[in-house]
Design a protein around this ligand. Sequence first.
Ligand SMILES: NC(=O)C1=CN([C@@H]2O[C@H](COP(=O)(O)OP(=O)(O)OC[C@H]3O[C@@H](n4cnc5c(N)ncnc54)[C@H](O)[C@@H]3O)[C@@H](O)[C@H]2O)C=CC1
Ligand SMILES: O=C(O)C(=O)Cc1ccc(O)cc1
Length: 365
Amino acid sequence: MTRNVLVIGLGLIGGSIALSCQKAPNTKIYGFDLYEKTRQQARELSIVHEVVDDVLQAASIADVIIFGTPVNATLDWLEKMKEWPLKDNVIVTDTGSTKGLIMQKGKELSEKGIAFIGGHPMAGSHKSGVQAAKTHLFENAYYILTPLEHEKEERIKELEDLLKFTLAKIVRIDASKHDHMTAVVSHFPHIVAASLVHQLDSEQQSYPMTSMLAAGGFRDVTRIASSNPLMWKDIVLQNREELLNQLNSWQDEMNRVKSILLSSEEETIEQYFAAAKEVRDKLPINTGAFYTTYDLYVDIPDYPGVISEVTGYLAEEQISITNLRVVEAREDVFGILVISFQNADDRENAQKCLSKRAKYELYMS
Ligand SMILES: NC(=O)C1=CN([C@@H]2O[C@H](COP(=O)(O)OP(=O)(O)OC[C@H]3O[C@@H](n4cnc5c(N)ncnc54)[C@H](O)[C@@H]3O)[C@@H](O)[C@H]2O)C=CC1
Ligand SMILES: O=C(O)C(=O)Cc1ccc(O)cc1
C-alpha cells in the first residue's frame, strides 16, 4: 500500500524533507505552500511528486502530514486542523525551531484523536525558500522528536521509519528541555549576531569605512544575521522566556568581561580567551552541528590560473563542489583556497584527487 505524505510549507526545510522522503519506498509525497509562486517553483524543481492547490483534499488522504511553515503559521494550521476530516491513523509532525507552544497545541490535537509528534531537524542555513532546498541538508545532523509523554511507541516508530530517509540522527527530547537548549545554541546567538550588525551600522555614521574592514571574524560571527527575519520573529516570540533568561546571563557575562578589562590583569584576560578556546575547540564537528559544511583547505601557490587548475582536477573526476573562497590566512602566502563539498565522501575524494595530481598542502577543518 502507498504511504501518502503531505508537506505543508515548501521552503528550505519542508522542501529538503520532501526531497529526502522521495527516496522512501511506496511513498507518494504531496506538497502545498501558501504562495502560488512557491507552488510553481516546487513543481519546476520536482520538490514533491505532486504539488496540490487544495490542501484539505490532500490532508484527507495523507498518512503523514509534515509542517515546514514558520512556527506561528504552524500554530494557526494546527488549530484549524482540529476540524479537518483526516484518516484515523494520520501522524502529524512539524519542523519548527521551537517546541513548547507547538506541543501544547499537539496535546489538544491528541485529545481529538490525532497523533501529533513534534519535530525539529537541527540543520539548516541562513538561506530560505524552496530554491535553497536540498536532499542532503540533514545528513548526519540531529533530528529531534518531542513526542507527548503518552504517545504510542508504534506511532513514533512509524514516523522514524519515514524520517530515516533524511539520513539524520533521530533523538527524542522533552519539549521544554528542547526549548532551553536551543535557546542557548541557536536562538540567542541569532540575537547576538543581529546586535553586532546593529552596532556596526551605528558606528558607520561616524566611521563610514568600518564595514569595509569587516573581515573573516566579523563575517563568521554574524553569518546568521542574514537569516529570514519573519522566521526569527516567530521563534524569539515563541521562546521569549528562555531568551530573556539567556539575555540576563549574557549581561552578567558582559559585566564580568567589563570588570576584567577594567582590572587590566593580563593573566585573567588571557585566561578568559584560553578557557573559551578550550571549550570551542572541543565542540563536535560534523556530528549534527548546524550548517554542516565539508571544507577542504588548499594552500595554493601564487600564480595565474591556479584556481582553475584545482577546480579542473576536481571536475575531471566528477567531484562537485558547493562553494569556493580564498581566505587571507597569513601575510606571507597568497591565500588559502577553501573548497566546500556537499558531504564527507566528496571531500575525501577531493583530497585523494588533489594529493595525487599536485603538491598543494591540504587541511580539513
Ligand atoms: N532555516 C533553518 O535553518 C531551519 C528552520 N527550521 C524551522 O523550519 C520551519 C521552516 O523554515 P524554513 O524552511 O527555513 O523557512 P522558509 O521561509 O524557507 O520556508 C517556509 C515556507 O512556508 C511557506 N509558508 C509561510 N506561511 C505559510 C502558511 N501559512 N501556510 C503554508 N505555507 C506557508 C512559505 O511560503 C515558505 O515556502 C520554521 O518553523 C523554522 O523554525 C528548522 C530547522 C532549521
Ligand atoms: O544557519 C545556521 O547555522 C542556523 O542557525 C540554522 C538553523 C536555524 C534554525 C534552527 O532551528 C536550526 C538551525
